[in-house]
Design a protein around this ligand. Structure first.
Ligand code: ATR
Length: 272
């Protein structure tokens, strides 16, 4: 029986053991996926433990996604661009890092909105690690332009440089500018934690000037429909929740480990 795991701190709330154990069972692989609460100063030892114990693969979550890169043998191109790893594959003792968050998100956006996203005008709200994952995947997929807004404007700069690597026009804007010109965006993506339980009454932007038919997308899935998404719907927008990203990143990790594409609908039902 193979062992897989999640490294995070804290990890109590994670749904990953539930969906991965069910997926292993469902495809007929004898394996056990377990959450490990790893304190930041123990991360290097935990990674050595993966090798020593022959753990076959891991997910990595907050706060270890960036630091873990220092302890791996190899990091793939996408994870390097994002600057974070959420999936480790133990390939005969060699630990290889991947990042499935961004690709999982873009897959979900396309599947659930049924829209061709290439020619859309994107607004990214936030400039943290989650924003970087989403932006990297959008740029790799190919989009025409994006605007980034963040409470702390300085943090936007490295993301503009990232867009520059892909020769994609990108600009920054303040919250006030964005709110005034909101009708200039087709897809608005909230990558911040604003609106997450328990602070469900908060929204990252005022949506008074939303274009009818615009897509509002949130990485948050607890609550499933954030205030941001509810307000967008009230103004004639379409909403896209974070649940698909969570399911898809897990499914892509599972594929890295097993080569098998798990049943996404089954995973989704378990999480909802
Ligand atoms: P993550 O990896 O989840 O993106 P992060 O790197 O800490 O986490 O980034 C959190 C993002 O949410 C940032 O864009 C942050 O804005 P700042 O860069 O100004 O800190 C944003 N954020 C968090 N709380 C916020 C709040 N109350 N209002 C506005 N933005 C907030």
């Amino acid at each position: 029986e193979k062992v897989y795991g999640l490294l995070g701190h804290p990890i109590g709330h994670s749904m990953s053991p539930l969906i991965h154990n069910d997926a292993f069972l469902n495809v007929g692989i004898k394996a056990n996926y377990q959450a490990f609460d790893v304190e930041p100063q123990m991360l290097g030892n935990a990674i050595k433990g993966i090798k020593a114990l022959g753990i076959a693969g891991c997910n990595v979550t907050v706060p270890h996604k960036i630091a873990v890169m220092n302890f791996l043998d190899e990091v793939d191109e996408e994870a390097k661009l994002i600057g974070a790893v959420n999936t480790i594959v133990n390939q005969n003792g060699k630990l290889i890092g991947h990042n499935t968050d961004g690709r999982g998100y873009v897959q979900s956006l396309i599947e659930e909105t049924n829209e061709e996203i290439i020619n859309k005008r994107f607004l990214i709200i936030g400039a943290g690690g989650a924003a970087r994952g989403v932006i990297t995947a959008l740029l790799r997929h190919g989009i025409e332009e994006l605007t980034i807004t963040n409470r702390t404007q300085d943090k936007i700069e490295p993301l503009l440089e990232l867009a520059n690597l892909f020769q994609t026009p990108a600009s920054r804007a303040t919250r006030e500018e964005v709110e005034r010109n909101l009708d200039g965006f087709d897809v608005l993506i909230n990558t911040t934690s604003v609106g997450m339980s328990p602070r469900i009454e908060d929204s990252p932007l005022s949506l008074n000037n939303l274009r009818a038919g615009a897509i509002a997308s949130d990485l948050i899935y607890n609550p499933l429909k954030t205030k941001f998404l509810k307000e967008a719907e009230e103004r004639g927008g379409t909403s896209h929740t974070g649940i698909g990203m969570f399911v898809n990143q897990a499914a892509l990790s599972f594929e890295h480990w097993t080569g098998i594409k798990p049943d996404h609908q089954r995973m989704r039902k378990l999480v909802l």
